[in-house]
Every structure is written in structure tokens, then in C-alpha cells.
Write a protein that binds this ligand. Structure first.
Ligand code: OGA
Ligand code: NI
Length: 334
């Protein structure tokens, strides 16, 4: 399929349609390296140290909306094998990828490129994307996964890790155990991003700035730099750490925590010599779930009205790059 960047990028200059307007271009790519997001060692999370880890997770979620976890229990060889399989997927011949290519968002397993609406967007993003649901109903979802060459246990481990982190977050917020279990975290989608080497990284983006609309995201970013997080008025980079997962707070977790935890804007820059592949597991509520701030966290005022998660998504996608506009719609009227 000729639209997939990975199928045509070789030996071509950056097409005009991939050039962002000056105000959203990454421009100078040297972001401060001294500042980065916290790294939390989950190997120390049981027994006497549990409370300390819970505090670290909550503090990072308040200040950065992002943190990385190491010693998280997902086997290293499984991570490596899974990432190899995903990279291989994008290296398949164009004909094999073309079979899966689709611009119809209703298609449950979908290989696409750029952002959500290729036909209507102003600027294309320098990335290809493969996504499909993993949960609920793993058995059914497996039927949707590409036959060639994907086969993985990765998603089960990612869900376990996600549930564990949500338990820490619940504890830190003073919510009862299992608060985020059930329908609030019923859905999980795997979204694999592939960013081929780019002829001019200063003019384009792999993904423009956005917040994730779900509850929490568990991301394996592989070993190539690219992810940046907005913090205190500047973009800071998320250092790739071997065998770590990046965790970020989604919009729904910010809302349920009544703004205690932050869903923070992030973006992906490209680079000129290495391809980058990342795997994001989006843990999300079921469409009919009612989302609202937890009763015990309301304090003086509930900052958001109750709504159904599917309504959030309806407003999210048309305003992808403007998080404030989306969140504003769901705030309670003072
Ligand atoms: C995303 C995302 C970051 C990355 O898919 O929402 O932010 O490093 N991905 O690919
Ligand atoms: Ni994201």
C-alpha cells in the first residue's frame, strides 16, 4: 500500500504534506537531557516498601503524568521477542502489509498510517500504525490478529502489569482495592507505532502533541529515542531504558482522580538514521462505563460531570491536538 511510510520512504525527500506549521514543528531537536521522567523500581514494591512505591507512583503521576517502571515482572525475553516480531511486521514486503491496510476506523484490526483521518488531516504524521483489541475476550481478539507473523503473549503480561499499577494508584489515592478493576479497565488495545528514518526530523512529527484518552497507557518504546513529554513549559525527553515500560496517566484517570493526577501532553519526534518501533497498550473503560470523579476525592467540588466514556471519545478524536478543548466539555459548570 503506497500510503504506508514504511513502504515508500527510502531515498525520497520529505514530502510537503508531512511538513508541520512552524509553531508545532519540533525544530531544534536537542531537548534538555538532564530532565527526564522518574524511574520506579517495582522489584521493591512488596512488603515494607510498598507504601513508598505507592507514594512514588502518585507523586510522578501528579507532577509529570508519566513514569517508567523497571523490574516489573514481565519476562525480558518475552519483551525482546515480541518487539522483534513487531519490527519484523513492518519490514514485511509492501504486498503483505497491503492486505491489512484500512482507513475504516470500524475495522477492528487495522494497519494504517499517520493519524486517525488520513483523508482529512492537514499534515500527515511520519508513522505507520497497527492496532487491534486484546481485551475483553482474548480468545475472540486473537482471531483478529494478523496471521503473519504476529503471535504473542505480550498483551496478557501487559494487562497484568497495568492492573498492578492501577492497584498502586488506587491505594495512593485512598480508593478501595479493585476500584479500577471491572468495566473501568475492561478494554485493552495494542497500538504498534513504526517510525521509519526520516529525511528531515526538524520539520515533521511521528505523533503530534496529544493526551491519551484512555485510563492508563503501558508503553514499550524500544531502544530508540523519540518520545517527549511536556513538563513545566518545556519538552523533556523520555530516555529509552532497556526492559522498562513507560506508564502514562490517561484523561479518564485524571478525571476520576478529580485532577489530582495529570494526563500530560506528549509527542513523538523522528530521527534521520534509525527506525523506531513502539508498542502502546491502551487500557480503557468499556464504552458504556460512567466516568466521574471518585466520591471520596471530590473534596470541595467535583471538577467534572458524569458522562459515558464513548461520549468522551466522540469529542476526543476531532480535537486530538487540543486537550484543553476536550477536557473543558466534561468539566462541571461552576
Ligand atoms: C501513543 C504514543 C508514544 C511512542 O501511541 O499514543 O504516545 O513512543 N506513543 O510511540
Ligand atoms: Ni500517546
Amino acid at each position: 500500500m503506497e500510503k504506508l511510510v514504511s513502504s515508500w520512504y527510502k531515498n525520497k525527500p520529505l514530502p510537503e504534506s508531512y511538513i508541520f506549521p512552524p509553531e508545532t514543528r519540533p525544530g531544534n531537536l536537542t531537548v534538555p537531557t538532564c530532565k527526564t521522567i522518574p524511574v520506579i523500581d517495582l522489584g521493591k514494591a512488596e512488603g515494607r516498601n510498598r507504601t513508598r512505591i505507592v507514594q512514588q507512583i502518585c507523586k510522578a503521576s501528579e507532577e509529570y503524568g508519566f513514569f517508567q517502571v523497571v523490574n516489573h515482572g514481565v519476562p525480558e525475553d518475552l519483551m525482546k521477542e515480541s518487539m522483534d516480531v513487531l519490527k519484523e511486521f513492518f519490514e514485511m514486503p509492501a504486498e503483505d502489509k497491503a492486505v491489512l491496510y484500512s482507513e475504516d476506523p470500524r475495522n477492528r484490526c487495522r494497519l494504517s498510517t499517520s493519524s486517525v483521518n488520513y483523508a482529512r488531516e492537514k499534515v500527515h504524521h511520519w508513522r505507520d500504525n497497527l492496532r487491534h483489541p486484546c481485551l475483553p475476550g482474548l480468545e475472540d481478539c486473537i482471531q483478529l490478529w494478523p496471521q503473519k507473523p504476529i503471535r504473542y503473549r505480550f498483551s496478557i503480561e501487559a494487562k497484568k502489569l497495568g492492573s498492578r499499577i492501577l492497584e498502586f494508584v488506587a491505594e495512593g489515592l485512598g480508593l478501595e482495592p479493585g476500584y479500577f478493576g471491572g468495566e473501568l479497565s475492561e478494554f485493552m488495545q495494542l497500538s504498534v507505532n513504526h517510525y521509519p528514518p526520516c529525511p528531515d526530523p526538524s520539520l515533521t512529527l511521528g505523533i503530534a502533541q496529544h493526551c491519551d484518552p484512555n485510563l492508563v497507557t503501558i508503553l514499550h518504546q524500544g531502544d530508540v529515542n523519540g518520545l517527549q513529554v511536556f513538563n513545566n513549559g518545556e519538552w523533556i525527553r523520555v530516555e529509552p531504558l532497556q526492559n522498562a515500560f513507560v506508564v502514562n496517566i490517561g484523561n479518564q484517570l485524571q478525571i476520576i482522580s478529580n485532577d489530582k493526577l495529570k494526563s500530560v501532553e506528549h509527542r513523538v519526534v523522528t530521527n534521520s538514521n534509525l527506525a523506531r518501533t513502539s508498542a502502546a497498550f491502551f487500557i480503557a473503560p468499556s464504552g458504556d462505563s460512567i466516568i466521574e470523579p471518585a466520591k471520596s476525592l471530590i473534596g470541595q467540588a467535583s471538577l467534572y460531570r458524569a458522562f459515558e466514556f464513548k461520549d468522551f471519545l466522540l469529542h476526543y478524536f476531532p480535537n486530538l491536538e487540543n486537550n484543553d478543548v476536550v477536557m473543558e466539555r466534561f468539566r462541571s459548570q461552576a
